[in-house]
Design a protein around this ligand. Structure first.
Ligand code: SF4
Length: 355
């Protein structure tokens, strides 16, 4: 291909490249073009003689040298730990390793998409329910609709869009992204959830605070690493700091407590950062609000025991990452994307196939 472009006869002794090249030349503070003929001859060498070249040196005296034969350890520092990473690690350290170090989440998502688009009749033998849940914390791995729905609702709430403007706004956004078949069902799903939320007592409560931050980015330096999180909303008054986290999971009312428990490490991680950025005398409260069920917010108070637990969990996480040591939590396999239909971890299945 290269030769076709160069149009050379490679049976000759030389490759000749020639033509006119235009240079930009500066003359009396002005630039002008200068055309020059250029010819390059590159000899083709077909036989390479091996020449042994011995270099004579005096023998090296190592008697006075200090030999350091210890293992050189790679000491990493300055890690940036996000709330979602902390939450994943808290669920199962191995899951963290597979997701963030081996990037297997992308691979699974792509195979899921491929099966859907190619309509192959292959039985799915891994747990893929998690793909439609925000529990699967890397957004890029969510199914397209869940991701779109989540992002759009978060955007609308961040911008404090008024109730009357919702239908037009949602329709416009959907039209730019999906075809008509999907449009109607997704539009009514998003609008129904939003109307429910806008009409709720919870919505009124959140809007009763004059001091608030939407999409509040919180950063904290701890020892030699950093913690960070983006809070959907932070409400502030003299006595309280209220961390609000919106969730767009498609769940039933009975599932609220169980699913909220799984989001709890993430919220406590936010609370840990906020407790160090604001006045310690304020009480910190967390509210996980499922937009579909605004009448039942999951509320918790962040206390000193939580604070100590989160601190030691963060330290454990940093220690594990730095030592590349990821334990397993078999209690979390039922809901994990890396478990098969028997709740067996992908890792143990791979190991069995190797042995
Ligand atoms: S399947 Fe179980 S052990 Fe494997 S990564 Fe998931 S939670 Fe951890």
């Amino acid at each position: 291909m290269i030769n076709e472009g160069l149009q050379q006869d490679l049976t000759q002794d030389n490759i000749i490249l020639e033509g006119e090249l235009v240079f930009l030349q500066k003359e009396n503070n002005a630039y002008k073009n200068l055309t020059k003929s250029i010819k390059l001859e590159i000899p083709i060498i077909r036989n390479i003689e091996s020449i042994e070249k011995l270099i004579e040196t005096n023998e090296i005296d190592i008697s006075n040298k200090k030999l350091i034969l210890n293992e050189i350890k790679d000491q990493s520092k300055g890690e940036v730990i996000s709330a979602t990473r902390f939450s994943t690690f808290s669920t199962c350290p191995l899951k963290y390793n597979l997701l963030y170090n081996f990037k297997l989440g992308d691979l699974i998502q792509q195979s899921y998409r491929f099966r859907n688009t190619s309509q192959l009749n292959i039985e799915e033998d891994y747990n893929r329910n998690e793909l439609s849940s925000y529990l699967f914390d890397d957004e890029s791995n969510l199914t397209e609709y869940s991701k779109f729905k989540g992002q759009l609702i978060h955007y609308i709430l961040r911008k404090n869009l008024s109730r009357e403007n919702l239908p037009v706004f949602v329709e416009e956004k959907l039209e730019n992204n999906f075809d008509e078949n999907i449009l109607e069902s997704l539009k009514s799903e998003i609008l129904n959830d939003l109307f429910l939320f806008y009409d709720s007592e919870e919505f009124k409560f959140l809007n009763s605070f004059s001091d608030y931050r939407n999409e509040f980015e919180a950063y904290l330096k701890e020892e030699d690493f950093y913690l960070f999180g983006i809070l959907d909303k932070l409400l502030i008054d003299d006595e309280n700091l209220i961390i609000v986290d919106y969730k767009t999971d498609n769940i039933s009312k009975n599932e609220i407590n169980a699913i909220a428990q799984k989001y709890l490490p993430q919220l406590k991680f936010y609370a840990y950062i906020i407790s160090r950025l604001f006045n310690k005398r304020q009480q910190i409260e967390g509210r996980i609000i499922f937009v579909k069920h605004p009448e039942k917010p999951f509320i918790f108070n962040f206390d000193e025991i939580d604070d100590r637990n989160i601190k030691s969990s963060i330290k454990l996480m940093i220690h594990s990452i730095r030592n590349n040591n990821y334990s397993v939590n078999l209690n979390a396999c039922d809901d994990c994307i890396f478990a098969d239909e028997n709740s067996q971890c992908i890792k143990s299945r791979v190991m069995q196939n190797i042995n």
